[in-house]
Design a protein around this ligand. Sequence first.
Ligand code: ADP
Ligand code: MG
Length: 633
Amino acid sequence: MPAVPTAPPARDRRPIRALPDELISQIAAGEVVERPASVVRELVDNALDAGATQVTVRLQAGGVRRIVVEDDGQGMPPEELPLAFMRHATSKIHSLSDLESVQTMGFRGEALAAINSIADCSILTRAEGHNHAHILDGRTGELQPAARTRGTTVEVKELFFSTPARRKFLKSDATELAHCIEAVRRHALARPEVGFAVWHEGRLVEQWRRCDGPQALTQRIADVLGAEFASQALPVRRLTGGDGTGPTLEVTGLTGTPTASRARADHQYAYVNGRFVRDKVLAHAARSAYEDVLHGQRQPAYVLFLGIDPSRVDVNVHPTKIEVRFRDAREVHQAVRHALEQALAPSRAGAASPAPPVDPELPSPPPPCTDRGPDRQAGLHFEPRETFAPGAFRSGIPVSDLSALWSRPGQDTARAADPTPAAAGGPGPAASLPPGDWPLGRALAQLQGVYILAENTQGLVLVDMHAAHERIVYEQLKAQRGSSSQASLPRQALLLPAPFAATPTELATAQEQAEALAALGLEVTPLSVRTLAVRAVPAALAQGDAVALARGVLADLAALPASTVLERAQDELLASMACHGAVRANRRLSLDEMNALLRQMEATERADQCNHGRPTWRQLTLRELDALFLRGR
Ligand code: ADP
Ligand code: MG
């Protein structure tokens, strides 16, 4: 066992001493620079503060070996250049009152000093009115004349060379590159008037051209997040105050319809006065605006800009300035929530009106991922019956084919073969019982595309169809994986690979986690620098939406903390796959399909709870029904 560290004995006490400058900067770097992407963010911040109209980022080895950021901004005169690497030296604020109204990205005067303390840096720059450029070596402090047009080039080599412990925490080049691109993307979304380009190992990997005109922002959002998002997203524009009723707050941007919701919160971009922030108040306000139209864990996608008087927000609460503190969080919450609710009004109205008839030719609506909270489970209060334990019915009698539940029109032709759905423990004997004895009863109808109504000897059975199916699929996946956590799920090759436009993170994850994907029965390989193709899926999910499944699993894998041993996350991953593979709400089911689902539930262990621990079905007895109508009193 490692010895528990104890406080040094009193006689070892060391004198108090001021730390050397270099060490102070290295400590500061610990806060500011987590990975290459942090450097990219700081350098692009500086380029934008200098008024650049074009920013070019060049990377090697995911930015670990080399990061270069070039801009066409104001540049720095040679006499000021040495100050740039000095701690707490800045041109952006000169007094406390400046801090209260700061409009620039930077103001702490810390970034270049911190970066210079943990990497080999140089700055090449030429200011307006100077007839040549200068280059400053961060290590030696040597300043020399050089050639360049107006603007600045900062080069950062061998990040963390002096702190190898830090370097060990870095992930693969592909992942670090993805983070660097994400850092530029965050800037790009807010600054359509600036062009951005990212090169990796001499190859152009991302480029967003300068946009002008009234549609500039929409154009940029389309370029960065995809035309699909931009074309269906709803404009957000709401101004409060300004007429003397309170402080001026402006909320603008684009927000996704509920259909564009995602499994992860990876398309949520919030800006306060142009600065990208991670803020709980904003995230919560957005979440609550979507409350009625988005189920459960689904995450809205949005790009939101909050304009607020700088004196009402403190940007100096976090070394990387990614967090802010509002003077009045409630007013901000309300403004954002109302702005989004207003933008979403058409879809909310749609949600409240009776469901339109389901057209089998149309793609299904967004997956609710089962998370229909208990508060949504109708006003009637009744307990699930312990009349049977579904697992007790397991044996080997075939039940109807459930595969139709997964299929969508037009998709089946692309599959290599029709899979035979293998139930978790084989179907139950209930299927061979006369219908009157089926524990979960005989299906009568489907309610609102969400519930199955069935009749059994005791009365009415209500089944949450997505939750129930999800449970069945989950148990199937677990059974197919077998008891060994090392085993892989049986997979099925797709006849035609399913390509999709992938984000850098998805590309990196597919590459890095190929083994984990294989264990989960998935094969996802790159087709080009921007495209991935799904080539195989788990046999149990072969009829589902392969791309949605792959995306979901990639997002899950990317979100796993680096230290997580995959085996430990396996069940969680299978549960998430089951959610993607399970029949969606609003799928019109035939009575046969409903009965098949009920029989499958009877045959599946733990089928009476969904993967989130909520009941999948409830019994309403005749006696309870009688009581509802005050019969026999
Ligand atoms: P901050 O941005 O908080 O002021 P930095 O350490 O990032 O601190 O930069 C220090 C100073 O160097 C800035 O205040 C700015 O005057 C100057 N500087 C840094 N990068 C650039 C650039 N790309 N173009 C012009 N000036 C720059
Ligand atoms: Mg800066």
